[in-house]
Design a protein around this ligand. Structure first.
Ligand SMILES: Cc1cc2nc3c(=O)[nH]c(=O)nc-3n(C[C@H](O)[C@H](O)[C@H](O)COP(=O)(O)O)c2cc1C
Length: 212
């Protein structure tokens, strides 16, 4: 299957270094709000998180951004999952957004750490009961004998715990990506896209333009 002719023109907007301002996280929030407003973007908070495990093997997967807090992006996951184990060994991670209708990409790099138990508890409690049960019964990333067995486990747990106040399992919680670098990409005509990279150095953001 050749895709040589899959080619799109980008001409919706432009991006200059001056627009980023002092704090690129604030600029990201502006782009994020625009993505949220677009009725063509279904999950603006879906981001691809890449990790590298102890054998230097990379993996990427989509997770949902749940908070932008100071210089951090927070998502929730199972700490014993493939990504959770990779982060334990190597906390350098990357998270990226591609909002096709806006012809924009944003790439974050930084260091991952677990959020506090208190923070994870608060988020866990805010989830619907069915999602809490899902997080409890799923040993994320483990091989399972069958999907039906998982459903049985889910139903049994539900029956035994209906109406009870569930506690967050210790192996499930927030991951905070403490951002050190952000790259903003805006598609332009003739493949001459705009790229601006911001790096946090000694507590101050430095911005530079990159060649497309
Ligand atoms: C739209 C979307 C949202 C997702 N959100 C999450 C999430 O917030 N947390 C999570 O652990 N997995 C989420 N997943 C599932 C992950 O992509 C992945 O399958 C799972 O985390 C296991 O990844 P791992 O084996 O690499 O650790 C989401 C998947 C999709 C497609």
């Amino acid at each position: 299957m050749k895709l040589f002719n899959h080619r799109k023109l980008y001409d919706k907007d432009s991006l200059s270094l001056d627009e980023i301002g002092d704090n690129p996280i604030d600029f990201f929030k502006k782009w994020f709000k625009e993505a949220e407003k677009s009725d063509q973007i279904v999950e603006s908070n879906a981001m691809t998180v890449s990790t590298v495990d102890e054998s230097n093997k990379p993996s990427s997967r989509v997770v949902l951004l749940k908070e932008i807090k100071d210089n951090s992006l927070i998502f929730f996951t199972n700490y014993k999952s493939k990504k959770g184990k990779a982060i334990d060994e190597n906390p350098n991670i990357c998270a990226s957004f591609y909002w096709a209708p806006l012809e924009r990409q944003v790439i974050f790099k930084g260091i991952a750490k677990k959020t506090s138990d208190k923070y994870s508890d608060i988020y866990f409690k805010s989830r619907p009961f069915s999602s809490q049960v899902g997080a409890i019964v799923s040993n994320q990333s483990q091989i399972i004998s069958s999907y039906d067995d998982l459903l049985i486990k889910y139903d049994e747990f539900l029956k035994e715990n209906k109406g009870s106040n569930l506690n967050r399992p210790n192996h499930w919680g927030g991951i905070e990506l403490v951002v050190q670098e952000i790259e903003f990409w805006q598609g332009r005509e003739n493949r001459l896209h705009n790229r601006v990279i911001s790096n946090l150095r000694d507590g101050k953001w430095e911005h530079n333009i990159l060649s497309p």
